[in-house]
Ligand binder design. Structure first.
Ligand code: ADP
Length: 421
């Protein structure tokens, strides 16, 4: 019977099924496909409306619980398009709770079928709706449920407006963070540039007096000053380049076995001088007993350097910084702990975001390792990106920010151990 009906049309009858569940889509496609129907599928409401406009199906099967717009909302929307005013739209849902049928019909559905479909009866049910079957709904029930449907629509609208407001607020914050970032970068680059231009001027002056005897000592001071300025500019530019690689997912990692002992020896060397200068005690644990990890040594060194750099920046003179490691199952955990000013609980998830600088940027000091010294707000985002590219992760623990009774901060880094082949 069904076959005869389908054969009557020169082209196969088009049916659109709006459904987010892959298994349901496949089943319906197979069952109706075997009867000669051409079944189009859409994953959500917006895609469904687009396909409906393009393909102009003779019947639409509509899941009710869908992401974004639900099936009733899509139906109401489709009914407002003249072409779909009378096209059968059949709800096909697992939600059989009391009132759901009436609600679907009030929203504009022609019929209501429940999932899972009965494979042998389903083609006949679809055929009936194609032939003009409309499930009845009394006027009183329609009015009642239409009101409920309208209420639900308004509730959804309200929650969507709130959602958009939050997203908007977040975008404005990000925009502000980016503007602050530009101010910080200009500030960070201008300071060493002032240093360089001052020393270049001195050099020029010295050279003008070159016929007279120029003290080697004074020229050497000029060279030190110039190099300092250039090195700082190089650091700032490197930091931006590293960040842009992480942000673009373009970290060029070359994996190999990495010894954490060797890595932290390098880091200890890198920071020992500045710690001495700032009267900070750097306590490095023993990493010999830890297994090798699979990773990119240079990138991991950069990530841990960023953490150490922060520990130094946010710990007042006389404080302590501890770096220790341990094995937990097939994971190495490294702890970077300081006795510094701490991080407020509500900011802890945000500090790993790009451009996030806690505190006012007006108090930003451009000296990289001074107490509360400057940074671009990229250090932790870069570190997080590098650890994640190693299938690792980073988290932070701190009670609060308190400049008087220093609570300290502890960063936990988890990295998978090199797999033994
Ligand atoms: P920045 O370049 O500003 O240091 P980061 O991404 O490295 O940027 O850090 C983001 C923010 O997290 C910092 O501005 C700082 O307020 C906070 N922070 C990071 N590490 C620490 C730490 N060890 N102690 C206290 N605050 C920290």
């Amino acid at each position: 019977m069904i076959i005869n009906t389908v054969v009557e049309y020169t082209r196969p009858v088009k049916i659109l099924y709006i459904e987010d569940n892959n298994a349901s889509r496949l089943l319906v496609q197979r069952v109706l496909g075997s009867k000669g129907y051409e079944v189009y599928v859409a994953n959500d409401g917006l895609e469904g409306i687009t396909i409906a406009r393009e393909q102009q199906p003779r019947l639409i099967l509509m899941d009710i619980n869908l992401p974004n717009m639900d099936g009733r909302e899509i139906t109401t929307r489709l009914r407002s398009i003249p072409h779909f005013a009378n096209v059968p739209i059949v709800a096909l849902t697992a939600n059989n709770s009391p009132g759901s049928r009436e609600l679907a019909l009030a929203a504009g559905c022609t019929g209501f079928l429940t999932k899972p479909i009965n494979v042998s009866q389903f083609p006949k049910q679809v055929e009936d709706f194609l032939q003009g079957r409309i499930e009845p709904l009394s006027e009183t029930e329609r009015a009642q449920h239409l009101q409920l449907h309208a209420q639900k629509l308004v509730e959804r609208l309200e929650s969507k407006v709130r959602e958009l407001e939050n997203v908007n607020k977040r975008l404005r914050e990000l925009d502000q963070m980016k503007s602050d970032f530009i101010v910080l970068v200009s500030h960070e680059l201008r300071t060493p540039l002032t240093l360089i231009s001052g020393y270049s001027y001195l050099l020029e002056e010295n050279l003008k007096r070159a016929e007279k005897i120029v003290a080697v000592e004074s020229l050497s001071n000029v060279a030190v000053g110039l190099n300092l300025g250039v090195a700082r500019m190089q650091e700032v530019i490197d930091e931006i380049i590293n960040f842009s690689r992480v942000a673009a997912g373009m970290l060029d990692l070359s994996f190999g076995p990495v010894s954490l002992q060797a890595l932290f020896n390098d880091i200890e060397q890198e920071f020992s001088k500045i710690c001495e200068k700032r009267h900070l005690s750097l306590h490095m644990g023993d990493f010999y007993h830890l297994p090798l990890i699979e990773g990119d040594g240079n990138q991991l060194r950069l990530a841990f350097s960023n953490l150490l750099s922060n520990a130094i920046k946010f710990t007042p003179d006389g404080g302590h910084i501890y770096v220790v490691g341990r094995t937990v199952g097939n994971i190495v955990e490294v702890l970077v702990r300081d006795t510094g000013i701490g991080i407020p609980a509500e900011e802890q998830s945000r500090i790993f975001e790009q451009f996030y600088v806690l505190g006012s940027i007006e108090h930003h000091s451009t000296s990289k390792h001074a107490f509360q010294g400057g940074g671009l707000g990229l250090g932790l985002a870069v570190a997080k990106g590098i650890f994640e590219a190693h299938n690792g992760r980073i988290s932070v623990e701190s009670e609060r920010r308190d400049l008087d009774n220093l609570p300290g901060s502890t960063f936990h880094i988890f990295l998978p151990i090199k797999r033994q082949l």
